[in-house]
Design a protein around this ligand. Structure first.
Ligand code: PHE
Ligand code: ZN
Length: 881
């Protein structure tokens, strides 16, 4: 909770080096849910880079019991305790502080700092949770060596874990026991972690490529030991991959993953002791879907890769967050793609990334919370764990690789570690390493870090038949934000040219090194540039921004004929998919306008024929076909409209789905049967792709089902050998509106002991087009519902506000009232989760005047609430500003 009256904005330009550095931290914990005693002995030394001799420690919600400096107790007048900082003025050059504090973990519902989940102790310190455990200079540029002594009741908490190596353990009086851990590496406080719990583990000795043996453990609650195999396998794959692709080895003798059911985010990369949301650890075919399996692989990889990109080299300050997050997302994306191994499999992962950007990042970049990849200011750092920092940040890193090549990128990484291992650095240091290792001038590239907004690249082309030249003119612009005039970006634009036969033409540009390739990367640096291709014998169809080579909006006046040509022939799968999206989007926008105008709705045969051809093209991966057949989401359509009418969008999109389903029925049925995956379940990409296509077909078949299609779905629901098929059948039945109640009931009965499946049960109902706000309120009365568990709250509330636009934007504004009520309720428990929910209203100014008025009232209701956290306050005030 906010203690002072108005929240403060923190600026990047105000950065000052810490006045004191910390060499060692010795922490002692006497763990008790109601009253945990933390003894902290910290050795500090003045930082020669700082003029200040004041020691500044952060602390939040702590009861200070004792404070000693160099052996002597400090009395009230010898330090200042002001809000959340403790200051010791004019301190000696070398200082040992002994600090004893009290905290109440069982009462900590924020899930930041030390907290209790299902009777066990966990910590979460990023970004500023360590200050809720003890007084400390809680900033990432203060790196120290930690020794940790844990004491707790042995029967209740048989497992005591912290970072690094276990150096000692034993018994104490009164049924208590202890464990002492030592982390050999310096780290910032946000990477500290402890676990004291009743847990069991799957463990394995694993031999690194160097021959060194390490111990790997996955810790879970007792009943979940049958769900740890995939996380363990993913961990081993991650270790191997980082050795092979980047020459980076695990630097500890022991690496632990611990699963916890109450967690604000996906997972946390604490040194040697990763703490995970159960959602990204637990899986077996009965309870987890293909998407869950893919998520586990990605997040296990992500946290493991942080060990180098984040932990060994960390951030100077939180404005540099994307230095570790953008880079580590890029690394986990590459890992997942390499694990599939095929080119078409890589493309499928790439298409997924593009969809996420359009669904979430582009809207963020155009809304009230827009910020550069390296922000200049924030009120609450927790609000900046965003798709911009993570996913756009990953796109920025990917562009280096596009510009300097895979080998060049590796050289840049090598130089980055050679220069900065053990340091807390800035985004600029990474850029410098990439530039210097490759002898490139990447100064203009800096604008990707400093300028917010999604650039629009407009292309025009000119074919000269006589000269056999083809010119592409690219013009970029990016809407200026309130406080920033945008300068041109350095944009890699990958281009290919298709001949009439659909094949790539060999390309000849003015640059000498790129002759004869099918794809060239044009580097757009100025506002407008023209690139010429030579010896082009026929008018080609341009395939621009292949592999989505930059996070931009590409505008080009494609004819339908050109798009159809690309949709059936482009050798670049991402642009092949993109052509289909363009075809669909143009029609969806027209249909939406027709709905709004009350005009008749029609869909042309050309489009239907193209979809049919793709659906039955067995030369293409099922996974690719499934993606190519998914229509742009209602959110993505909304982003393309000047004034958003959610109901009209929904009706238009449903019309298109219904029309396609009716027209393609025999083919859908054939694909349904052709893509069965009999035998033992495997989450591999090919099988998962088949299931995805099959279940897409099922969803279409159930749009206007007759008895035969219903029987198909019922049978799949009853006989499914895995959660992917079972959940897909249930969702199809719910959306069809027929007899879903009984199936929902039996599903719940079967899985009520599996928290993650109960989450799915809430989520699929929340997102169903038939679920209005009254139905959501009723679901909240279900005994399994609680606001205190973030996964559960998200499963019902977020899937409704973000995943069910036509109901959330009900004309009477009733769902906005629901939103306001729950932002306020959640804020009292967990500000981080509440602030995420608050973001559902980001785009409110784009809706019809009537909806806007309702939304504004809801926002104002939240803003006017007396006791708001900084987290929520920042989001709603920016929305209303
Ligand atoms: N650093 C974590 C990750 O990206 C995310 C996280 C942030 C988790 C803050 C908890 C709190 O993997
Ligand atoms: Zn991360």
């Amino acid at each position: 909770m906010r203690t002072d009256s108005s929240p403060q904005t923190i600026f990047r330009k105000d950065y000052l080096p810490p006045s004191y550095l910390v060499d060692t931290v010795e922490l002692g914990f006497d763990l008790d849910p109601a009253r945990t005693i933390v003894a902290n002995r910290v050795t500090l030394r003045h930082n020669p880079l700082s003029k200040s001799r004041d020691i500044v420690l952060h602390g939040e919600e702590l009861e200070l019991v004792q404070l000693r400096m160099n052996g002597k107790p400090l009395q009230a007048g010898q330090y200042e305790l002001n809000g959340n900082t403790l200051t010791i003025r004019k301190a000696p050059l070398a200082v040992v502080l002994e600090i004893e504090t009290l905290t109440a973990p069982a009462k900590n519902t924020t899930l930041s700092g030390l907290y209790v989940s299902n009777g066990n102790f966990f910590t979460q310190c990023e970004a500023e949770g360590f200050r809720r455990i003890t007084y400390f200079p809680d900033r990432p540029d203060v790196m120290a060596k930690y020794t940790v002594m844990l004491r707790a009741d042995k029967a209740l908490y048989p497992v005591l874990l912290s970072n690094g190596n276990l150096v000692e353990q034993g018994e104490l009086d009164d049924g208590r026991h202890y464990a002492k851990w030592e982390d050999p590496f310096k780290k910032p406080s946000y990477l500290f972690a402890l676990v004291a719990a009743r847990l069991v583990c799957q463990e394995e000795r694993y031999t690194l490529q160097s021959g060194r043996e390490v111990l790997l453990q996955v810790w879970v609650e007792e009943g979940n030991l049958d769900k740890t195999d995939y996380a363990m396998q993913s961990l081993k794959n991650s270790i191997r991959w980082d050795e092979e692709r980047f020459g980076l080895e695990l630097d500890l003798d022991r690496f632990m993953i611990v699963a916890v059911g109450d967690f604000n985010m996906g997972a946390m990369e604490n040194k040697g002791l990763n703490i995970f949301n159960t959602k990204f650890v637990l899986a077996n075919p009965r309870v987890a879907t293909d998407v869950d399996y893919a998520g586990i692989e990605a997040v296990v990889g992500h946290e493991y890769f942080h060990n180098w990109t984040g932990n060994r080299v960390t951030c100077r300050d939180w404005f540099q967050l994307s230095l570790k997050e953008g880079l580590t997302v890029f690394r986990d994306q590459e890992f997942s793609a390499d694990m599939i191994g095929t080119d078409s499999g890589r493309a499928v992962t790439r298409i997924d990334q593009v969809r996420t950007l359009r669904q979430a990042q582009f809207p963020e970049d155009a809304g009230p919370m827009a910020h550069p990849v390296r922000p200049d200011s924030f009120v609450e750092i927790n609000n900046f764990y965003t798709v911009t920092i993570y996913e756009k940040g990953a796109e920025v890193v990917r562009m280096y690789q596009t510009l300097v090549g895979r080998d060049g990128f590796r050289k840049g990484m090598d130089l980055y570690f050679a220069r900065h291992d053990g340091q807390a650095v800035e985004c600029d240091d990474f850029r410098a390493a990439m530039a210097d290792a490759n002898g490139r001038d990447l100064s203009q590239f800096e604008r990707w870090y400093s300028q917010a907004g999604t650039p629009v690249v407009r292309a025009e082309t000119r074919y000269d038949a006589a000269a056999k030249t083809f010119d592409i003119t690219l013009r970029q612009h990016c809407a200026a934000s309130a406080d920033q005039q945008q300068l041109p970006f350095h944009i890699p634009v990958a281009v290919g040219l298709l001949g009439a036969d659909g094949r790539d033409l060999p390309l000849k540009t003015d640059a000498q090194d790129r002759q004869g390739h099918a794809t060239v990367v044009l580097e757009l640096r100025r506002e407008e540039q023209t690139f010429r291709f030579h010896d082009i014998a026929e008018r080609p169809t341009p395939s621009i921004l292949r592999d989505f080579s930059a996070p931009v909006v590409l505008e080009y006046d494609y004819s339908d004929a050109e798009l159809l040509h690309l949709f059936s022939h482009d050798s670049d799968p991402v642009n092949r998919w993109e052509a289909g999206q363009r075809l669909a989007m143009a029609r969806l926008l027209k249909l939406t306008a027709a709905v709004a105008a009350g005009a008749p709705l029609t869909l042309d045969d050309t489009f239907i024929a193209a979809q049919r051809a793709l659906l039955v093209d067995d030369s293409l991966d099922p996974a690719f076909r499934e993606l190519a057949l998914i229509l742009p989401s209602e959110t993505i359509i909304a982003e393309r409209m000047a004034v958003v009418e959610p109901q009209a969008i929904h009706t238009a999109r449903q019309f298109m789905r219904r029309t396609l389903a009716a027209a393609l029925k025999p083919e859908l049925l054939a694909q349904y049967h052709a893509n069965q995956t009999p035998g033992a379940y495997s989450p591999d990409a090919l099988s998962a792709g088949k299931r995805a296509l099959k279940n897409l077909a099922l969803a279409y078949l159930l749009i206007a089902p007759r008895e035969a299609e219903l029987a198909l779905a019922r049978r799949q629901f009853a006989e499914a050998g895995n959660m992917t098929d079972r959940a897909a059948a249930l969702v199809a039945l719910i959306h069809s509106g027929s007899d879903a109640g009984a199936h929902l009931h039996s599903f719940y009965q079967d899985f009520e002991q599996e928290a993650l499946v109960v989450d799915k049960w809430f989520a699929m109902q929340a997102a169903a087009p038939g679920t209005d706000v009254a139905a959501v309120r009723q679901l909240m009365e279900h005994p399994a519902f609680t606001l205190k568990n973030p996964n559960r709250a998200r499963s019902l509330i977020f899937n409704f506000t973000n995943g069910n636009p036509s109901q959330f934007h009900a004309a009477d504004g009733s769902a906005y009232e629901f939103w306001a009520e729950h932002v306020i309720k959640l804020d009292a428990l967990n500000p981080q989760v509440a602030a995420r929910l608050a973001r559902s209203m980001d785009r409110w100014r784009r809706y019809t005047p009537a909806l806007q008025a309702h939304m504004q009232r809801a926002l104002e209701r939240v803003a006017a609430h007396a006791r708001l956290s900084n987290d929520v306050l920042e989001v709603v005030s920016k929305a209303l500003a």
